[in-house]
Structure formats: C-alpha cells, structure tokens
Ligand binder design. Structure first.
Ligand code: VGL
Ligand code: ZN
Length: 201
C-alpha cells in the first residue's frame, strides 16, 4: 500500500516569532524530520499558506480586530493577523524542515476572497487545490499528517483526506494547536476521531 506524508504549513509565520505564531511550533520539526528518515514515504507533500496582500481572512482587510468573526461568502471567518503573504519571509518554510524528500508543494489561500484551511479545497468548497488528484495519480491509499495548526489547517486537511477516501493518520507529536479559543486542541482531536482520523500517539 502506498503512503504519503502531508506536512501542513510549517512556515515562519506559524512558528515562534511569526505573525501568527503557534506555541511550541518549532518543537515538531525534529519529529517530522525523523519521520522522513525512518519511513519510506512514496510521496512527501508540503502545503503552504500563500495569501495575497489584503486577503479577506485578515482583520486588517475588513477594518476588524484580530479574534473577531465575520461572515465571508456565507461562511464564518475568524479574523487573523496578516500572515503568510506571498513572497515574504513569513510565508517561507521554516529553515530547519528537511525538504530533501519533498515531492510536491500545494499552495492554498491564493484567492483573495476565500480562506483555505484544508490542503484539499477552500473553505467554501468552490475550488480543489489539486492535492487529491496528485495523491490519486500516484496511487496513494494512506496519508499521515503533521504540521500547523492542529485546530485549523491540520484538522480540515485530515477530515478532507478521510472524505476523499484515504486511510488517514495524524501524528499527535508532529502537530501543535494555535488555541485561539479554549480547548480548541482537544475539540479538534475529538472531531477528527469522529470523522475517521486515526490519531497516533
Ligand atoms: C492557518 C489560520 C489561518 C493554519 C492558516 O495553517 O492552520 N490558520 N491560516
Ligand atoms: Zn492563512
């Protein structure tokens, strides 16, 4: 059975010192590097949050405060600080992430009007990113997921992996939550388990 590792959004803005820093983010990098050394993945895919300046998920683009929620194209949108703007240092992958075995990169959040937490599709389900086509083309049946942030992009990527027919495992040691709301991390784990994601310790 062919398997892929999907590394979600290990970018400078989500790491310590970044615009949308996830607590403990850089602690997962040695774990992810070890996974790639110790396993023979058929594919290793990076996702990259890749927003144009003025993206509608930014509080600053809507005259809002970070942490507020608005309705954007009919779906709730949490207001984030400006982050992962195309071509900036914050959007680059963390330098310590070993990229030798990476076979594909999926950029998401490129449509200025729509956010994209999942690596598979935008939050409105208007556009697929090409990740499912890539994995199906390469006969991948099992995906293992790591990265940032557990309670947003990792959760939605894992749930969509199940929905697209993959056996889906989350490495708990390979992820961290941003936890902008209390208990977000725990709720995310419960939701993923309910949807069919296997959580590995
Ligand atoms: C993410 C918030 C906004 C993530 C991306 O990678 O989890 N979270 N954009
Ligand atoms: Zn984003």
């Amino acid at each position: 059975m062919k398997k892929a590792l999907i590394i979600v959004d290990v970018q400078n803005d989500f790491c310590e010192g970044g615009a949308l820093a996830v607590p403990g983010a850089s602690e997962i990098i040695p774990y992810i590097n070890l996974l790639m050394e110790e396993n023979e993945y058929d594919q290793v895919v990076l996702t990259q949050d890749w927003h144009p300046a003025g993206h509608k998920s930014f509080a600053s683009s809507n005259g809002r405060k970070v942490g507020e929620s608005i309705i954007l194209n009919g779906v709730p949108q949490f207001m984030w600080p400006d982050h992962c703007i195309q071509g900036t240092f914050g959007a680059e992958f963390h330098k310590d992430l070993n990229r030798d075995k990476v076979t594909h990169i999926i950029q998401k959040g490129k449509n200025i009007e729509i956010d994209s937490y999942s690596g598979f599709q935008d939050n409105n389900h208007f556009m697929k990113t090409g990740l499912d086509d890539f994995l199906k083309y390469h006969d991948i049946q099992l995906v293992e997921i790591v990265g940032l942030a557990l309670d947003y992009c990792v959760k939605f990527t894992a749930q969509d992996a199940v929905a697209n027919g993959y056996i889906t495992c989350l490495h708990f040691n390979g992820t961290r939550a941003v936890n902008v709301k209390p208990d977000n991390a725990r709720d995310a784990i419960y939701e993923m388990i309910e949807k069919g994601v296997t959580v590995l310790g």
